[in-house]
Design a protein around this ligand. Structure first.
Ligand SMILES: Cc1cc2nc3c(=O)[nH]c(=O)nc-3n(C[C@H](O)[C@H](O)[C@H](O)COP(=O)(O)OP(=O)(O)OC[C@H]3O[C@@H](n4cnc5c(N)ncnc54)[C@H](O)[C@@H]3O)c2cc1C
Length: 424
């Protein structure tokens, strides 16, 4: 083990901080990892209630992410996979929009769904071919434009955007206008097209836990917030000064410590998209076919998607004979971040728009800092943004684009940058 003054310090045990520790270990170092909260994982958090894994915000693992393939053992995560496509609520019925290339049996119901024109279907096929062409970095090339503008430019009909792209991507971007960069859209569309989409049996927090479990030489200390940091030492919330042998600041959320020199603003979020996530029980015979598909409610309102947890975790025992639904809500501007304040409105919306009569609300979570809004999205961080000073590096999804893939890559690359730029 390295002495406490010479070992690298990593602040923040989200995916970026964990990936940084892993890379430092690969270089023979023994990092100290400090985390303000009570556990590793950052924005990947799960609470187990009645043996349901309740994630704090609907979040999925895309198996095509290159960094996921590099850093995780997917088999051991026991992924529960979503079927490709979605069920769209239209005219009081759930209509299937499947991916017949992968599930030929979905061809006929998809053609009969009444969603999109023949032209839209051809445009989807062209889009999939375009975004999959060449290296992934190509998805991030070209001038910045919103996803909404990009879809218009590609000629999709407004009806297809309203019924499919808008509700589907509102749930991914956590904003209803599709103002998010088309770079993010192209990248995620490619990842959906190239791989599978799932949630670990134990919930999304199993992902950082697995990564933490691979660390052999890292000392992880939860419950320790860092107040400030420079290239030689960190100052903890209780005032303790902690010298280090190089530091990686993996704390993209606003609670990050002050830095000396200050963090360059180019790599900071200009704001955060938020969401609420309710888990409602309901009678099992409600709301359409029993398939692991995300369900979309086009046409406005606060609810943007829902799915029946039983369809993913179907091997579990009956839990009181009721189904459990995960409901993603995008609060309107001015709405409070307290889920109980909106619960009655959400129940009413569920009844009216999804035909679902919810009984107990098992849990509800507010995630005020879910996805960073970023000015200049890139696939991987700019090397210049990784190093604040010799001996002081930074990581986190805000350096590239909001995804697990970016968080993992940023940690990996920040560790390499720190090793190349040690403290003076
Ligand atoms: C609701 C939701 C849905 C999402 N959906 C998806 C999805 O489907 N697919 C996908 O790829 N991505 C998704 N994401 C994004 C993904 O979760 C993030 O990109 C990723 O987890 C960011 O990891 P990170 O390590 O960069 O940051 P974080 O996870 O924010 O980790 C930062 C860590 O630093 C700690 N910290 C902060 N300040 C201090 C301090 N002063 N001292 C010590 N520790 C500190 C924090 O407690 C935290 O643990 C979603 C996120 C949310 C919230």
């Amino acid at each position: 083990m390295e002495s406490s003054a010479s070992r690298p310090l990593v602040i923040g045990a989200g995916m970026a901080g964990l990936a940084a520790c892993r890379e430092l270990e690969r270089a023979g170092r023994s990092p100290l990892l400090l985390e303000a909260s009570d556990r590793v994982g950052g924005r990947l958090r799960t609470e187990s209630v009645d043996s349901w894994p309740l994630d704090h915000g609907f979040q999925v693992l895309l198996t095509a992410y290159p960094a996921v393939q590099r850093e995780l053992d997917l088999d051991r995560l026991d992924l529960r996979l979503f079927d490709p496509g979605a069920l769209v609520r239209k005219g009081g019925h759930w209509r299937l929009l499947g991916d017949p290339r992968r599930r030929p049996a979905d061809l006929w119901p998809t053609l009969r769904s009444g969603i999109g024109t023949w032209g839209d279907r051809i445009r989807v096929l062209r889009l999939a071919a375009d975004v999959r062409h060449g290296p992934i970095e190509r998805c991030f090339a070209g001038p910045e434009e919103s996803t909404a503008a990009y879809l218009r430019r590609r000629g999709f009909t407004s009806g297809f955007v309203r019924d499919f792209f808008q509700p589907f991507y509102a749930g991914i971007f956590l904003e209803p206008e599709l103002a998010t960069s088309a770079r993010m859209f192209r990248f995620s569309f490619r990842m959906f097209a190239e791989g599978q989409v799932g949630v670990p049996r134990a919930g999304i927090e199993a992902v950082p836990r697995q990564l933490a479990g691979t660390l052999e030489r890292t000392e992880i200390r939860p419950g320790i917030a860092v107040r400030s940091v420079d290239a030689r030492a960190a100052v903890l919330a209780d005032g303790t000064r902690l010298p280090h042998g190089g530091c990686i600041l993996a704390t993209p959320t606003p609670a990050r410590p002050a830095t000396s020199p200050p963090q360059p603003t180019r790599a900071a979020a200009t704001g955060w998209n938020r969401c609420l996530n309710y888990y409602f029980r309901a009678r099992p015979d409600q709301a359409g076919p029993s398939r692991p598909l995300v369900r979309l409610l086009p046409g406005g309102g606060r609810i943007c998607n829902l799915h029946r947890m039983d369809d993913l975790f179907e091997d579990e025992d009956e839990r009181g004979g009721e189904s459990l639904w995960s409901v993603t809500v995008l609060p309107a501007p001015g709405d409070p971040d307290q889920p109980p304040a909106l619960e009655e409105d959400i129940r009413t919306e569920l009844r009216g728009r999804a035909g679902l009569v919810a009984s107990t609300c098992l849990r509800a979570f507010a995630i005020p800092h879910a996805l960073p809004r970023l000015a200049d999205l890139r696939y991987q961080p700019d090397p210049q943004d990784l190093i604040l000073a010799p001996g002081l590096a930074q990581a986190g999804d805000t350096l590239a684009h909001p995804s697990l893939n970016a968080a993992l890559d940023s940690g990996h690359l920040a560790a390499q940058a720190l090793l190349r730029h040690p403290p003076p």
